[in-house]
Design a protein around this ligand. Structure first.
Ligand code: GLN
Length: 484
């Protein structure tokens, strides 16, 4: 059962071939048996999962089930889950039980999905390798000496290892797409505002967006349909109807115009990755797609701008973790200042502290104009590049990551080289656009991801373009050795 897609599992559940309780128990056992190798989960929600599965079985019997009823999911530990620990990968929240559910969790619960547990992640979603987690690194199931990517590395590793047919992720600068690519699965970061951020612990509020991590585009269409939608509790969520993302999956893509931005195909691109992207382009050419070279001239500014904007927003968002209201509190504080200093100093890891300091500096009165304001101006130029490109093309394709998964520990001593692993994904967040990553083969025996970027609210087209490729290839069905 663990190798079946959401579509196949839903058919099995609806036809009574197996129950959600059987499915849930078998995946829980699989996780207990195999996850010690990967460390992809922080919390297993066994009892709650069995309860949810039994309820789902009743719903299936009663005939009011959705496609996701009875389907297991692993939630990234950034989403608040009532009654189940929500750590955000941090010592700061190691003792935190949320009193309410995030909207994403609430919606997936309403659809009837069954939460098996919470996925490991980089601390407060800051990282590209899952090595900043308080709970230790996650290993890539394709090669346990390599990283799964980050920050949604636990979600990506768990889906690749067939622990659940889908997981949730969040993407501030690439955290759905990059681990998706490094673990050989399918992931989608929606348009900013498409999915509610309520109850999703904030990192950089103007960039954060949640999305599905699945094995196929068809499954991603199902999950996105359940996650998306307007939410009065998130003032940046957009009041626009949610289309049926499955309706156009099989549309003919002949004549589709695809832009190839030259800035994404430079020296930094590993040649093995480049070859796989070239192969994917050939597949699309056979499907009648037309490729056009495009120019996104401000691309080189995306990483520097992001590392002002994201730390600035995080320094403000993370000021709420002060040892007073919730989360970690130091032992025997001498006075209020000591309480703040030691609670934050002991509760946050090194990368989070680095970002808080950079962000506080960039926002301080003397430097605001030079750094924060300037970054906002450049952010607009980056967005304008894409707006101009989408006058000529329907979607844009590029590698998701310039390299395959790197070795554990390889970049931890050099934050800048770590930051550069998101060079292909960050501009999309700064512009607020939707982007996908799909498996496109292997280089150096590790998965390669193809990134597909769309215009605002064009998720249905991304899913269609991805699905047509997945009908021609079977990369998305490959399973890492030892996890068959
Ligand atoms: N790797 C990037 C960072 O460290 C992006 C993280 C994310 O998208 N949450 O900030």
């Amino acid at each position: 059962m663990h190798t079946m897609s959401i579509v196949e599992l839903a058919a099995g559940l609806h036809q009574g071939e197996f129950s959600s309780e059987e499915l849930t128990r078998s995946l829980l056992a699989r996780i207990k048996n195999l996850d010690p190798q990967l460390n992809s989960l922080v919390t297993l929600a066994e009892e709650q999962a069995i309860d949810q599965a039994r309820n789902a079985d009743q719903r299936l019997a009663g005939g009011d089930a959705t496609t996701l009823t009875g389907i297991p999911v692993i939630q990234k530990d950034i989403f608040c889950t009532q009654g189940v620990k929500t750590s955000c990968g941090s010592r700061m929240l190691d003792n935190f039980i949320s009193p309410y559910d995030a909207t994403v969790v609430e919606k997936l619960n309403q659809a009837g999905s069954v939460m098996l547990g919470k996925a490991n992640m980089d601390e407060f979603a800051m990282g590209s390798s899952n090595e900043t987690s308080f709970y230790g690194p996650v290993k890539n199931p394709w090669n346990p000496e390599t990283v799964p990517g980050g920050s949604s590395g636990g979600s990506a590793a768990a889906v690749a290892a067939r622990f659940a047919p889908f997981a949730t992720g969040t993407d501030t600068g690439g955290s759905i797409r990059q681990p998706t690519a490094l673990c050989g699965i399918t992931g989608l970061k929606p348009t900013y505002g498409r999915v509610s951020r309520y109850g999703m612990i904030a990192f950089a509020s103007s960039l954060d967006q949640a999305g599905p991590m699945t094995r196929s585009a068809e499954d991603a269409a199902i999950v996105l349909g359940a996650m998306a939608g307007f939410d009065v509790r998130d003032s940046t969520s957009i009041d626009k109807p949610v289309p049926d993302y499955r309706a156009n999956l099989n549309d003919d893509i002949r004549g589709l115009r695809v832009g190839l931005p030259k800035q994404y195909f430079t020296e930094g691109l590993d040649s093995g990755v480049g070859d796989r992207i070239a192969d994917a382009i050939d597949v699309y050419k056979k499907l009648g797609v037309e490729f056009v070279d495009i120019d996104l001239p401000n691309t080189h500014l995306a990483v520097p701008v992001y590392y002002v904007v994201a730390p600035a927003e995080c320094s403000s968002n993370l000021s709420r973790f002060d040892g007073v209201r919730f989360g970690y509190r130091c032992e025997n504080p001498k006075d209020l200042e000591d309480l703040y200093k030691r609670s934050r100093g002991e509760g946050f890891g090194a990368e989070v502290q680095r970002r808080i300091m950079i962000g506080t500096y960039a926002l301080s009165a003397g430097y605001y104009d030079a750094y924060y304001l300037k970054s906002q101006q450049i952010r607009r130029l980056i967005r304008d590049d894409f707006v101009r490109a989408f006058e000529k093309v329907d979607v844009i394709m590029s590698p998701t990551s310039p390299t395959v998964a790197f070795k554990l520990g390889e970049k931890t001593a050099d934050p800048v080289s770590m930051y550069l692993s998101d060079i292909d994904t960050i501009a999309v967040n700064l512009a607020g656009l939707p982007g996908m990553s799909i498996p496109a083969g292997f280089a150096h025996d590790l998965p390669v991801g193809l990134q597909i970027i769309g215009n605002y609210f064009d998720e249905a087209r991304l899913l269609n373009v991805a699905h047509m490729y997945q009908l021609e290839t079977d990369w998305h069905n490959r399973i890492p050795a030892g996890f068959e």
